[in-house]
Design a protein around this ligand. Structure first.
Ligand code: ARG
Length: 458
C-alpha cells in the first residue's frame, strides 16, 4: 500500500499514518490525478521511455479505474496515504509490472501540484459562471427598476435620490471586477508543473511542452523548484473568492436592512426566509445573514494559507498539504452562496411605493433645492444656508420640502416661485442626473446597454 516502504525497517505508527494521510480530502481530485497520469504516460511513450503497448495498457486501466470510482464499483479507502498512492496501487494490482512504470520521471510533488492546479482551474471557471449568472439577474432587475426611486445613503443617512437600478448597478460593477480578477488568475496559473519531478527535474528526456499542451496549459512552468512549491495561484484565488464574499456580504447587509420592519423596501420570498421557534410572527432573512456570516470563513482560508506559506524554505514541504481542505471548503462555500444569493434576489418582492416615499421624506432633494436657488442667481453657500433653515422648519412641522407652502419658502427667500415644487420633485431630481454613471433614466439606459453587451461578449 505504501509507495515508499523500501528504506524503512518499521511499520508506520497508526497515529502517524492518520496524521500524515490526505486521502480523506485529496480523493476529491481523483479525476484530475488520473487525467494527469494519462497525459504523463502518453508523453513517456512519445519519448520512447515506455512502449506504446505499455502506454495503452496503463491508459485503459486508468480509464477503467476512473469509471469504477464513478460508478461506485471501486471504493477509495483510508488505508492509503493519498489519492496518488491509491490510484497507482490499484493500477499495479490490475496491470502488474506494466503499472509499475507509471511513476517514471515523476514525483508526488509535481503530481500534486498538477492535480491541485487542474482541480482549481476548473473551479475558477465554475465560479466565474456563477458570478455571471448572478449578474444576469442583476441586469434584469436594473432594467425593471430603472424608474424605481429610492433614497441613496451616505453614513446610512438619506443623502440624495437614486433608483434601485442605479443601486443594483453598483454591485454589477463590483461583480464585473470579480470576474476580471478570475480571468487574470486563470491566465496566470495556466502553466503546467508536471515534469518538475521532486524539485530538480529529471534525467529522462521528458517533453514538458507536450504534456502541458495535452492538459490544456499555455506551456510548462520554467523553474522546477518553483513548480513544486508555488501556491500563489491558490492565494490569488482565495483572495478573489474573499472579495466576492465581501461584495455578497455588503449586498446581504442591505437586503437585511431593506427587508426589516423599519425599512420595508423589499420583502424576501417565503421560500428564502425562515421562522422562529417561539415568535409566531417572525419571518427572518437567515439566508442573507448566513452568507454574510460565511464571509469570515472564506477570509479565514486566505489568512490560513498565507500563514502556512510564510517562511517555507524551497522546495516542497509537507506544510503545503494544508492548502487543500481550506481551499475546497472556500470554493464550495462561495459557489453555494452565489447560487443562493441569486435565487434570493430573483424572488424578492420590491415595494416601489415605500422606497419612493422614503426617498421623499428624508430631504434627499435638499441639494436640488439649493441648486434651484443657484440657478436663480443665489451663490451656493448662501443657498445651502437658506435650504438648511427650510429643512429645520420642515422637521419641526414633520413634513417634506415638497409639502411646505410657498409663503413659507418666500419668508426665507423671495427668490422662490411656484416652479420650485417641480424642480425638487423626485422625478426631476433623478432625471437631471445625466452624467455617465449617474441614475438619470437616459444615463442609466446607456450603462444597461453597455452591460448587456458585456454579458453577451464575456
Ligand atoms: N499529500 C501530499 C500533498 O498534498 C502529496 C505530496 C506528497 N509529497 C511528499 N513528498 N510527501 O502535498
Amino acid at each position: 500500500m505504501k509507495l515508499w516502504g523500501g528504506r524503512f525497517t518499521k511499520e508506520e505508527n497508526q497515529l502517524v499514518h492518520n496524521f500524515n494521510a490526505s486521502i480523506t480530502f485529496d480523493q476529491k481530485f481523483y479525476h484530475q490525478d488520473i487525467q494527469g497520469s494519462i497525459a504523463h504516460v502518453t508523453m513517456l511513450a512519445k519519448q520512447a521511455i515506455i512502449t506504446d503497448a505499455e502506454r495503452d495498457t496503463i491508459i485503459s486501466a486508468l480509464k477503467e479505474i476512473c469509471s469504477d470510482i464513478e460508478s461506485g464499483k471501486l471504493q477509495i479507502t483510508e488505508e492509503y496515504e493519498d489519492i496518488h498512492s491509491f490510484v497507482e496501487s490499484v493500477l499495479i494490482e490490475r496491470t502488474g509490472d506494466t503499472g509499475k512504470k507509471l511513476h517514471t520521471g515523476r514525483s508526488r510533488n509535481d503530481q500534486v501540484a498538477l492535480d491541485m492546479k487542474l482541480y482549481t482551474r476548473d473551479e475558477v471557471l465554475a465560479t466565474d459562471e456563477l458570478v455571471k449568472e448572478l449578474m444576469t439577474t442583476l441586469l434584469d432587475l436594473m432594467k425593471e427598476h430603472i424608474d424605481t426611486y429610492m433614497p441613496g445613503f451616505t453614513h446610512l443617512q438619506k443623502a440624495q435620490p437614486v433608483t434601485l437600478a442605479h443601486h443594483i448597478g453598483a454591485y454589477f460593477e463590483m461583480f464585473k471586477r470579480d470576474r476580471s480578477r478570475l480571468h487574470d488568475i486563470h491566465e496566470r496559473m495556466n502553466y503546467c508543473p508536471l515534469g518538475a519531478g521532486a524539485l530538480a527535474g529529471t534525467t529522462y528526456p521528458l517533453d514538458r511542452e507536450y504534456t502541458a499542451s495535452l492538459l490544456g496549459f499555455t506551456g510548462p512552468t520554467l523553474n522546477s523548484m518553483d513548480s513544486v512549491s508555488d501556491r500563489d495561484y491558490l492565494i490569488e484565488y482565495l483572495s478573489a473568492l474573499s472579495t466576492i464574499m465581501m461584495h455578497l456580504s455588503r449586498f446581504c447587509e442591505e437586503i437585511i436592512l431593506w427587508n426589516s420592519n423599519e425599512y420595508r423596501f423589499i420583502e424576501l420570498d417565503d421560500a428564502y426566509s425562515t421562522g422562529s421557534s417561539i415568535m409566531p410572527q417572525k419571518k427572518n432573512p437567515d439566508i442573507a445573514e448566513l452568507i454574510r456570516g460565511k464571509t469570515g470563513r472564506v477570509y479565514g482560508a486566505l489568512t490560513s494559507l498565507l500563514t502556512t506559506m510564510k517562511g517555507l524554505p524551497l522546495a516542497y514541504n509537507k506544510d503545503m498539504q494544508e492548502d487543500k481542505e481550506l481551499t475546497f471548503d472556500a470554493i464550495d462555500t462561495v459557489k453555494g452562496c452565489l447560487a443562493l444569493f441569486n435565487g434570493m434576489i430573483k424572488t424578492m418582492h420590491v415595494n416601489k411605493e415605500t422606497m419612493a416615499a422614503s426617498s421623499k421624506n428624508g430631504f434627499t432633494n435638499a441639494t436640488d433645492a439649493a441648486d434651484y436657488l443657484v440657478k436663480h442667481g443665489v451663490p451656493f453657500r448662501d443657498a445651502h444656508g437658506i435650504i438648511g433653515q427650510l429643512v429645520l422648519i420642515c422637521i419641526d412641522k414633520g413634513i417634506a420640502l415638497d409639502d411646505l407652502p410657498l409663503e413659507e419658502y418666500k419668508k426665507i427667500s423671495p427668490v422662490f416661485e411656484e416652479d420650485v415644487y417641480e424642480a425638487i420633485s423626485m422625478k426631476t431630481c433623478v432625471s437631471l442626473r445625466q452624467t455617465i454613471g449617474a441614475p438619470g433614466h437616459e444615463a442609466m439606459q446607456k450603462v444597461i446597454d453597455i452591460n448587456s453587451r458585456y454579458l453577451e461578449e464575456n
